[in-house]
Design a protein. Structure first.
Length: 584
């Protein structure tokens, strides 16, 4: 099979972004020239390319004044597979957030860090310092594979966790763009590598499997036009759904034998959450099981799936270009058959798996090699100092003094690990002085909640999320107390628009921005994130939160089965029955 170097998928007109990629000379121009100009912001074509390099142009929406230039700055996102952040990188990001950013660092829902508020003139220096200190921002955004997730728990006595970490790194390496643009532009051509690539990964990248490599291209897997849209992957272990595996384009589940040796992977594909209000043709979708692959063939299968999306994903309409739509429209059988053409062999049936569980790994825990780890809840992932609460200073102090590496979790929390048990009390004392609550003292409603950044940085937000989430949680808590459910908690996730960055469609209660102070209300996802929620209400003015939710919680209290979670209850009785109860 010969693969064309042009996007092949459709006869329809290609989207504007395809033209920008085509003209860019593998992610260089016009951005490379504009970086050098003394301007406050980039032009449209460069903004699109900038994403592949890990940055978004934003403006502070609180400071918009009609007729005046926007208050531009850049958001930078790290590439940190499995959320691993070495101490040197952590301390560098901490310093850069003060020197060039808005004095906060934000843990994302995909185990990365974001710095906000970096002026264009400081972007090159900031990226260069990240790369020189064991980090990278390459492909943190853009139409490529994004940060690869894996469970954040740093267990060292459970081989499947070590394997998930290793394969998350390797898959990230396999799908790293090979164009030297990143190093040319941000590091004046100096190629800095923070670790050796596994030779199997290097070989797999070059290996041509049934035409899935693009002949003669510098980008053997992606080709010169990269993917039609962002692509998201996780690697997890049986039973551990801390990574929300059903929301990903591609999920691998590590399978080991009784000795803990790797045998292969179960593969899921076609998940994704982004949607647009009032456009029925856009929807969240859970990934389907695709089959099982032996360890020797896993990279070839990953490439075959990526190549299928590369060649058949919709490059004309960016609202329809995620792989989930390909899987939905073709059906799993056709999708699997097409992947098999690239893969060059049949995909074996999936192996049995246990039930999935949500895990967040908070608190002090044994890591299995005599050392400890400590998971700390970070509200909406924002690491900051505010009044007496000094999370940013405390983490800096601890990482500096004890030289500890960190793991960022998919629930926007942080884990410090490799802790000598002799240091436990000293570390706890620093945290106590900085008023960092112990996980057992945090309201579980807050512990299991997430909110996206939304206003003022996100250009797509239609309303608030992160900034109002503490007050919303407090109001929901009061309401639960009022209806006689004082100890109840569930997954509440909130976003400023329907793109779904805090994965609200997998929450038991999801609030999805739908205009100023207004949210679409979703209910009924499973507490282990294996079932999607459904729309309960199109538009909730946030002032009416109590009026709308009180009858819902009252009905839940009255009719729930023993131990039934809020999401399972909503799913069992159905949203129509809840509406009916609420209207009586
Ligand atoms: Fe997201 C766009 C923030 C995880 C779906 N997302 C954005 C942008 C870059 C807005 C923009 O395009 O201008 C947001 C920047 C806000 C800011 O001010 O920082 C943004 N997304 C985030 C983060 C930081 C939210 C968070 O609370 O942590 C997450 C960064 C993850 C990372 O480290 O890579 C983040 N975004 C997600 C997720 C969840 C996930 O990946 O597990 C989703 C839903 C899953 C999915 O992709 O299907 C998600 N973000 C989107 C979409 C909708 C994509 C779609 O298929 O329609 C957009 C808009 C777009 O791509 O056009 C978007
Ligand atoms: Fe922005 Fe919407 Fe994502 Fe929130 S969900 S960060 S508002 S794009």
């Amino acid at each position: 099979m010969v693969i064309s170097s042009q996007p092949t998928s459709i006869d329809r007109k290609l989207s504007k972004v395809e033209g920008i990629k085509d003209r860019s000379n593998l992610l260089r121009e016009p951005m490379a020239s504009e970086v050098l100009l003394d301007t406050t912001h980039f032009t449209e074509d460069s903004i699109q390319l900038l994403k592949f390099h890990g940055s978004y142009q934003q403006d502070n929406r609180d400071n918009r004044v009609r007729g005046q230039e926007k208050d531009y700055s850049m958001m930078l996102r790290t590439r940190t597979p499995g959320g691993f952040v070495p101490p040197q990188l952590y301390l560098t990001l901490d310093r850069l957030s003060d020197q060039y950013g808005n004095h906060t660092m934000r843990i994302t829902t995909r185990q990365a860090f974001q710095l906000h508020g970096i002026l264009k003139k400081n972007l090159k220096q900031t990226i260069a310092e990240i790369v020189h200190n064991m980090g990278s921002t390459l492909t943190a955004c853009g139409d490529v594979n994004r940060n690869v997730m894996s469970p954040a728990a740093p267990y060292h006595n459970r081989p499947e966790y070590d394997l998930a970490r290793t394969y998350a790194n390797n898959v990230a390496d396999l799908l790293t763009p090979q164009s030297g643009a990143y190093y040319e532009i941000w590091l004046d051509g100096e190629k800095v590598v923070s670790g050796e690539e596994d030779p199997e990964v290097v070989a797999a990248r070059k290996r041509d499997i049934n035409g899935s490599n693009i002949e003669g291209s510098i980008e053997p897997i992606y080709g010169p036009h990269y993917l039609p849209r962002k692509f998201k992957i996780c690697v997890t272990v049986p039973g551990d759904n801390s990574v929300d595996l059903f929301s990903q384009d591609l999920s691998l589940v590590v399978l080991t034998n009784e000795q803990g040796e790797l045998e292969g992977f179960n593969v899921f594909a076609g998940g994704g959450l982004g949607r647009t209000h009032n456009k029925e043709e856009t929807f969240p979708r859970l990934a389907d099981p695709i089959g099982y692959v032996d360890k020797a063939d896993v990279y070839d299968l990953v490439k075959a799936i990526v190549a299928t999306q590369r060649d058949y994903g919709d490059r004309s309409d960016r609202r329809h270009s995620r792989m989930k739509y390909l899987v939905e429209e073709w059906g799993v059988e056709k999708f699997r058959a097409k992947v098999e053409e690239y893969f060059g062999q049949k995909i074996a049936p999936s192996k049995p798996l246990p039930q999935w569980k949500y895990l967040d790994f908070l608190g002090w825990q044994q890591q299995g090699d005599g050392k400890l780890f400590l998971g700390l809840a970070v509200q909406n992932g924002r690491i900051k100092d505010e009044g007496d609460f000094k999370l940013k200073s405390a983490l800096k102090r601890i990482v500096e003094r004890f030289n500890l590496p960190l793991k960022l979790t998919p629930s926007q929390d942080v884990i410090l690990f490799d802790i000598d048990p002799a240091d436990k009390s000293k570390i706890q004392a620093i945290l106590d002085r900085a008023k960092i609550a112990r996980p057992t003292k945090i309201d579980p409603l807050a512990r299991y909640s997430m909110a996206c950044p939304a206003l003022p940085t996100c250009g797509l937000a239609t309303t608030e999320a992160e900034r109002v989430s503490p007050s919303i949680l407090a109001r929901v808590r009061s309401l639960l107390d009022k209806v006689g459910l004082p100890n109840e908690h569930f997954f509440l996730r909130m976003t400023g628009c329907p793109n779904g960055c805090a994965r609200p469609y997998l929450a038991e209660l999801g609030l999805v921005g739908n205009g100023p102070n207004t949210y679409q209300v979703w209910m009924g996802a499973a507490p282990n994130q294996t079932r999607l929620a459904k729309v309960y209400l199109e538009k909730l003015n946030i002032d009416d939160l109590e009026t709308v939710l009180e009858p819902v919680f009252t009905y839940f209290k009255k009719e729930r089965q023993l131990g039934e979670s809020f999401g399972d209850f909503c799913d069992r009785v159905g949203l129509d029955a809840i509406h009916q109860f609420a209207s009586t």
